[in-house]
Design a binder for this molecule. Structure first.
Ligand code: SAH
Length: 365
């Protein structure tokens, strides 16, 4: 039997790693810097085309490493400019990324895991269960692919696709660092947003190592309700989540937490809920994103009527909280939240390929 040895994937490396690799192979650190720039700024994945990298180093790289990217296998443009890409990974898994243009700004919604383990009641990804974490290359590869398709990198990234980014901490942080690197995608820190359901210890960890914007999937103003909608709340209740979020934005007075709040008919959308939410957010620099629920088969939930969403929003605004209702984009190509369809390789392979509806967040921030 021949064992398959997986070579180092150069797209798993950040700038410091590329420099260290060059030195390890007997070259200068700046050669590693050039390599990093070729890979991300120029999108070149053929080492022979990297003309300012010495030929001997190129040979050494070819021997020791590979460049492996997610492949675009479906491309779904929508009339509003939104594009959904289905990407295939080396092991047959599929993930989805959604591009949302808005005037001069453009946002790429990026996945961090195949599936998700958190089991939120209204989220279709939960139905498919957790499969695996994405590697750095698979996360930054979504941005790489978008930049090549569009001829320019998106201006913003939201880690709001499939998965819980704080449950894949190291790979997500490294990929977000590459997004912000001047030799790569040059995104300002406030242009990269991580969305979490509230893994409290990792919110503290994130603050130590990163400066990105934080969005939190709140969806309920009390523990009793949040326990049923976002089960991770049973482990990290609001009394722990709120101080962690406050701490996250405390380092910069201009920073705010973006609270995501999916509007579920008759569940969390009354004026009483709005008042509870106002009380909860007191003293936390906040903006609230109300997300009309995107229904999926057998979800058991309905979307709140638009008048109720607007009344809820007005109540928040009157108390001085910045609140907006997120537009649904890309729904005609099934790219809006709750509509993405990810085909996932069944781990046991007994069922072969299954078609699962997954959600992904389409942000319009
Ligand atoms: N796991 C992370 C990242 C996913 S972001 C998180 O929970 O924040 C995706 C956002 O879309 C989350 O706020 C999620 O709660 C929300 N969402 C999930 N299913 C949805 C649906 N069917 N309709 C609208 N929003 C949904």
């Amino acid at each position: 039997m021949t064992a398959t040895v997986t070579k180092l994937n150069l797209l798993d490396l950040d700038l410091a790693d590329c420099q260290a690799l060059a030195v390890e192979l007997g070259f200068k650190a700046f050669h590693g810097r050039n390599l990093f720039k070729w890979l991300h700024k120029h999108g070149v994945v053929d080492v022979d085309a990297m003309t300012d990298v010495p030929k001997t180093l190129r040979n050494a790289l070819r021997d020791t490493a590979d460049i492996r990217l997610p492949r675009i296998i479906e491309d779904h443009p929508s009339a509003d400019g939104t594009i959904k890409w289905v990407m295939g990974l080396d092991d047959g898994q599929r993930i989805e990324s959604v591009f949302i243009p808005e005037g001069k700004r453009s946002t790429l919604c990026v996945s961090s895991q195949v599936g998700c383990a958190l089991n939120c009641a209204f989220c279709a990804t939960a139905r498919q269960g957790f499969n695996r974490n994405l590697s750095v290359a698979e996360i930054i590869g979504q941005v790489w692919q978008a930049a090549r398709q569009l001829g320019t990198a998106p201006t913003n990234v939201v880690m709001m696709g499939m998965g819980e980014p704080l449950a894949n901490f190291d790979a997500v942080v490294k990929a977000m660092d590459i997004m912000q690197d001047d030799l790569a995608y040059m995104m300002a820190k406030h242009r990269v947003t991580l969305s979490t359901s509230g893994i409290v210890p990792n919110i503290y960890r994130l603050r130590e190592v990163s400066d990105v914007s934080l969005a939190v999937s709140l969806h309920a103003p009390t523990d009793a309700l949040r326990d049923t909608l976002v089960p991770i709340n049973r482990k990290y209740p609001l009394a722990e989540l709120m101080p962690a979020c406050k701490h996250y934005v405390a380092k910069d007075r201009r920073r705010k937490i973006t609270w995501e709040y999916v509007m579920l008919d008759g569940v969390n959308d009354s004026l009483t809920h709005a008042k509870q939410l106002i009380r909860l957010l007191e003293g936390v620099p906040s903006k609230v994103n109300l997300i009309p629920f995107n229904p999926f088969l057998d979800s058991g939930f309905d979307t709140s009527p638009p008048e109720r969403i607007e009344a809820f929003r007005q109540r928040l605004v009157r108390s001085g909280i910045f609140a907006m209702t997120r537009k649904t984009r890309g729904d005609e190509v099934a790219a809006a939240c709750g509509q993405l369809v990810g085909r996932v390789e069944d781990r046991t392979r007994r069922l072969g390929r299954i078609l699962v509806e997954t959600h992904s967040m389409v942000a319009t921030r």
